[in-house]
Write a protein that binds this ligand. Structure first.
Ligand SMILES: [Zn+2]
Length: 388
């Protein structure tokens, strides 16, 4: 494959804006040079001239459900055959890639089917985003997401579930540390496991070299996760009997321990009940507080869980987060360089810099000034090849 030289008017490198003209040179799927001095592209490279567009790192969606049909009932997943499930996941991955999402962390599919898709993309057998896969979340009987097949109740069963994930080769262990709002009969206000079990889960995952991220709404569940030494917390709602109330001591502990947060931007649809609306209204301000306290925050989607969460929803969610008070810089970092860190791939994804994977997108205008630019992705480069 010949090197690719990409010319554009400016560049957000994942951390800051660099005024152009810029020339990004990639070879064998990696960025090897970023130049802002106006040099000519080398003769041995193919030129992709993007004129007055702005380059950004490919977006990272740190929390998705690639195999879920947004308009469907996820409980059907348990009995679905793998071929159909994978065909749908492939369509969703294409949809995400077209919207500029070049890395996706799947935090809950049925079984381990997505591992084969991940390998197809990694080995270049098919074009798709980089996938990071957890397999089925570990959850108690009838707990949140039980229908994905990751049920484990006792401490021994939990340890065995972690060992199975290590054997299968997942990238992350996902555990449901509290109930959820979307599984009938599960309670978001209650922890799913006692502290001893949660701590044993984290220890055994770490012994296998695997990071753990945990779904948690209730503050009591978040507190147990901080004590158990988990690596990431999803949603991180700080849900209490008085609604969503940030606990500053816990936030500080998260920052101190380097516990990352995957904040899913559940934009309200229609007219939710007032108590739900109140919780949803806290999501973006709380994300801002976590960032201010030094917690690494990814803004992500939970794509797949309902009709308002298709797999290309991240750009629209980022606009929502900016409209709710975060700056363009906070939003863009939380979907590129910081999101990559949150997913454990901060060394190769989420930035445009030498040594990083050549996953880039281009938009018109400067998204730091007007985040709406991100809604109109004009080009997508994945592993050094233009795919859109
Ligand atoms: Zn989820």
């Amino acid at each position: 494959m010949r090197p690719l030289a990409i010319r554009a008017a400016g560049l957000f490198d994942g951390q800051k804006y660099l005024a152009g003209p810029v020339l990004v040179l990639s070879e064998n799927g990696s960025v090897i040079d970023v130049d802002c001095s106006g040099v000519l592209p080398p003769e041995h490279a193919d030129l992709l001239d993007l004129g007055d567009l702005t380059l950004l790192p490919g977006l990272v969606d740190a929390h998705t459900h690639l195999s879920w049909e947004p308009r469907g009932n996820p409980e059907h997943l348990l009995s679905e055959d793998s071929e159909r499930l994978l065909a749908r996941a492939r369509l969703h991955a294409d949809q995400a890639l077209s919207a500029g999402i070049t890395t996706l962390r799947d935090l809950g599919s049925r079984g381990f089917d997505l591992l084969s898709l991940r390998e197809d993309y990694r080995r270049g057998r098919a074009v798709g985003p980089e996938l990071l896969v957890s397999g089925p979340p570990i959850t108690p009987s009838n707990g949140h997401g039980w229908f994905l097949g990751g049920v484990a109740d006792s401490l021994d069963q939990v340890i065995a579930a972690v060992a199975e994930r290590a054997r299968r080769g997942v990238d992350w262990v996902k555990v449901m540390a509290t109930g959820g709002f979307t599984t009938q009969g599960s309670d978001p206000a209650r922890p799913s496991y006692d502290l001893e079990t949660m701590a044993a889960l984290v220890r055994s995952a770490h012994a296998h070299g695997l990071p753990v991220t945990a779904h948690a709404h209730a503050t009591s569940g978040i507190a147990a996760l901080v004590e158990a030494g988990v690596d990431g917390i999803e949603h991180c709602t700080f849900y209490t009997s008085r609604g969503a109330v940030l606990d500053s001591a816990l936030v500080e502990a998260m920052a101190d321990q380097g516990i990352r947060a995957g904040i899913t931007l559940a934009r309200p649809q229609g007219a939710p009940e007032p108590w739900i609306q109140e919780i949803l209204d806290c999501v973006v301000p709380h994300a801002g507080e976590l960032m201010k306290a030094g917690v690494r925050v990814a803004l992500c989607t939970d794509a797949g869980i309902n009709p308002a969460r298709p797999h290309d929803v991240l750009p629209a969610d980022l606009v929502y987060a900016a409209d709710r008070g975060l700056t363009g810089l906070q939003v863009l970092r939380a979907a590129t360089s910081v999101a990559a860190e949150v997913c454990g791939v901060g060394h190769c994804k989420g930035r445009i810099a030498p040594g990083y994977d050549a996953d880039l997108i281009a938009v018109s205008g400067n998204p730091l000034h007007d985040i709406r630019a991100i809604l109109g992705v004009r080009a997508v480069v994945r592993a050094g090849q233009r795919v859109r």
